[in-house]
Design a protein around this ligand. Structure first.
Ligand SMILES: [Zn+2]
Length: 70
């Protein structure tokens, strides 16, 4: 599934969600999330890790909790 990453979403305790920062020539991309459904947090560095983090969040957290509610 080709999905454009959200460029600028900042999760906080009040506003959970997924945050992704694209890398530049000098820095690797970074991502992190705080799940509002279960409170899980995770962090990733580098394109591959950030992609995996986004997929994990999409599949298991965030709105995924509403689908199965498990
Ligand atoms: Zn969760």
């Amino acid at each position: 599934m080709a999905r454009k990453l959200p460029a600028d979403l900042y999760p906080t305790e009040e506003s959970p969600g997924l945050r992704v920062r694209g890398g530049t020539k000098y820095t690797s991309s970074q991502g992190d999330y705080r799940c509002g459904g279960c409170g899980a947090e995770d962090h990733a560095n580098g394109d591959a890790d950030v992609k995996a983090l986004v997929e994990d969040y999409s599949a298991n957290h965030g709105t995924a909790h509403r689908k199965g509610d498990r």
